[in-house]
Design a protein around this ligand. Structure first.
Ligand SMILES: [Zn+2]
Length: 278
């Protein structure tokens, strides 16, 4: 088989220390793997600068700036202004990674002093309040500037639905958004699609046991489908060094699950990205 080319990684974190320190090697591997466009998602104020540096050097990297739900506690007083300035300075920038997460409440967290702390009912409530506030503010900015959003939703589907309903019948920017590493049910796909969401799947689909995830992938309309590495997070099994160079495996597996020629799938996803950013 010809090596794949012009692949898109719809969600990764090249600015994270695991990849950032070896970025020259990582980007050369990524290029050899046939990945030509990457959406690099910031997660908190402290890493936005690295995203900008990468984008300035490599125009094939599309910047996404956002506060990830795991980092709402780190927000400075000026985070929203800084985010708005980044959007104004870069007309191609998207907003991400943003979202809602109930999973974090299931394990202790590390406080500013490096201590492991258990959640209490009160601290969970406070964290939920902050997550909602930060998420809503970013969605509003996305609608104002009509920038696509990349949304993380972990164990929080009913919560996400409730929050979006408080905004109204068109909660997303006109350009829409991506539910990244989609882990919702296949049955819920039409609902999220009706709100303007696309869906992105990562290395999880490589696991043959994850039939629900495979069914979710098959339930997604082809024009709303994306694939991602989420590198360096969510590595395929038995792979410690996870970079966007994994994308050809993910494309091949998705094509197999969808009974499509992989080239056709790659072309479809290129067209989906053009549409999202148009
Ligand atoms: Zn991510």
């Amino acid at each position: 088989m010809e090596p794949l080319h012009d692949l898109i990684d719809a969600h990764c974190h090249l600015q994270e220390p695991k990849l950032w320190h070896d970025r020259v090697a990582v980007l050369s591997q990524v290029k050899s793997a046939g990945v030509s466009t990457l959406l690099c998602n910031g997660t908190h104020e402290a890493d936005w600068q690295h995203v900008t540096e990468l984008v300035n050097l490599h125009p094939y990297i599309i910047p996404c700036y956002g506060i990830h739900p795991w980092f709402v506690q780190t927000c400075s007083d000026t985070w929203l202004q800084q985010l708005e300035t980044l959007l104004q300075n870069n007309p191609h920038a998207c907003i991400g990674e943003i979202g809602l997460d109930h999973w974090i409440h299931s394990k202790p967290y590390t406080d500013q002093n490096g201590n492991s702390v258990s959640w209490t009912n009160e601290s969970i409530k406070e964290n939920e309040r902050m997550q909602e506030q930060v998420f809503l503010a970013q969605l509003e900015l996305a609608r104002t500037y009509n920038r696509p959003v990349t949304v993380h939703c972990l164990k929080a589907w009913p919560w996400l639905d409730t929050i979006l309903k408080t905004i109204g019948s068109t909660p997303l920017p006109k350009r829409g958004g991506i539910l990244h590493a989609y882990g919702g049910s296949p049955e819920q796909v039409p609902h999220w699609a009706s709100l303007g969401f696309s869906f992105s799947f990562g290395a999880g689909i490589l696991d043959d046991k994850r039939t629900k995830l495979h069914n979710a992938l098959r339930a997604v309309p082809l024009e709303s489908l994306f694939l991602e590495s989420d590198a360096p997070d969510i590595p395929p099994r038995n792979l410690e060094w996870h970079t966007p160079a994994t994308m050809p495996r993910i494309y091949s597996k998705a094509a197999e699950l969808l009974h499509l020629p992989v080239e056709e799938l790659a072309e479809q996803i290129r067209s989906n990205l053009q549409h999202l950013l148009a």
